[in-house]
Design a protein around this ligand. Structure first.
Ligand code: MG
Length: 327
């Protein structure tokens, strides 16, 4: 009896530590269908039914947390007050007040760009503005969805420290906003810049941290096989650990979110054996979703949460509730 109770306790503990079921994440809302990181895109994801809304955070000159992917406004998706797409490089979000930011329209991808070809099913919504994080929390409250989670990405770069706040100040602003909205139990914080995650763990241990990685090309934030230490990994060096999951475990992280092509079934098993959850980003092809589900990942981040949901349904997996809401 005691052993049975102990087993039940262990199962319940694992469930509470790791969340319930598979994590269906809508990337920047539902970027494949609706302009990224906007209230209509999050409303679309809520209407589809996701476990988690993934979003990115920048901070304005006057300290407002806004939901946008880039430290500087992205010319591919941003039009100025005159209605024409802005020139590159766009202004830093940190150089604009929230009122100034409100003059920009992010409701359409610039036609003819590679970005437009990549998201050719995205429906334009002219006049859409960059929202405040507080507005997203309000939208979710309005939807009545009391389960959906928020995966909140801190957007800063150790290679461009002048572009925004320092890691500690950035992380503290995010913690304050989450707590002020009463959403700490429904939020996680993710970053390629692991320095912010260490601050979150120290100052807000109730908020799980998600360590992003990519091990290829110019975006590589791990630096395996490179002599210089990576500036992204909060002082942890790949050569001291020999694997990304071991680095994340040593840093005190909760979840590894890997670029999906970096994952193998062996790496997924290694991370899970260390007690980490494993997420794969950003996966939009149904065949690849199926392959990652077969590998046993704990969640998938997708610009097409509708397609991921279809694949989950085919497999008889539990599906999060859909809660349509007007943005
Ligand atoms: Mg993101």
């Amino acid at each position: 009896m005691f052993m049975r109770r102990l087993t039940l306790f262990a199962v319940l503990l694992a469930a509470s530590l790791h969340g319930h079921g598979f994590d269906l994440q809508g990337h920047r809302g539902a970027r494949g269908l609706t302009p990224e990181n906007t209230l209509p895109s999050f409303a679309q994801a809520l209407g589809i039914g996701v476990t988690t809304l993934e979003l990115d955070i920048a901070i304005t000159k006057d300290g407002v947390l806004v939901v946008t992917h880039d430290r500087a406004l992205n010319p591919d998706i941003t039009r100025g007050p005159d209605g024409s797409f802005i020139a590159a490089p766009g202004p830093l979000v940190s150089s604009l007040t929230y009122a100034e930011l409100g003059r920009y329209d992010v409701g359409r991808i610039q036609p003819g760009t590679a970005y437009a070809r990549q998201f050719d099913k995205q429906k334009a919504l002219d006049g859409t503005r960059i929202p405040r994080l507080a507005e997203l929390f309000a939208l979710v409250r309005k939807s009545g969805n009391e389960k959906v989670r928020f995966a909140i990405e801190t957007k800063l770069s150790p290679l461009a420290p002048q572009d925004t706040l320092a890691p500690e100040a950035f992380a503290r602003a995010v913690i304050a906003a989450i707590r002020e909205a009463g959403m700490a139990s429904r939020s996680s914080v993710l970053s390629f810049d692991w320095r912010t995650l260490v601050v979150i763990q120290r100052e807000a241990p109730e908020i799980p941290t998600v360590y992003l990685s990519i091990q290829r090309g110019a975006s590589d934030n791990i630096g395996a096989g490179i002599a210089e230490d990576s500036p992204w990994t909060a002082g942890l060096r790949y050569r001291d650990y020999g694997s990304v999951p071991k680095m994340i475990k040593a840093a005190g992280g909760h979840t590894w979110s890997a670029f999906h092509l970096d994952l193998t079934a062996e790496k997924v098993r290694e991370a899970q054996a260390l007690g980490l959850q494993v997420l794969a980003w950003t996966v939009n092809e149904p065949a690849r979703m199926a392959a990652l589900l077969d590998m046993g990942v704990d969640g998938i981040v997708s610009d097409r949460p509708d397609l991921l949901r279809e694949e989950m349904k085919r497999r008889g997996m539990a599906l999060p509730a859909a809660t349509p809401v007007a943005p």
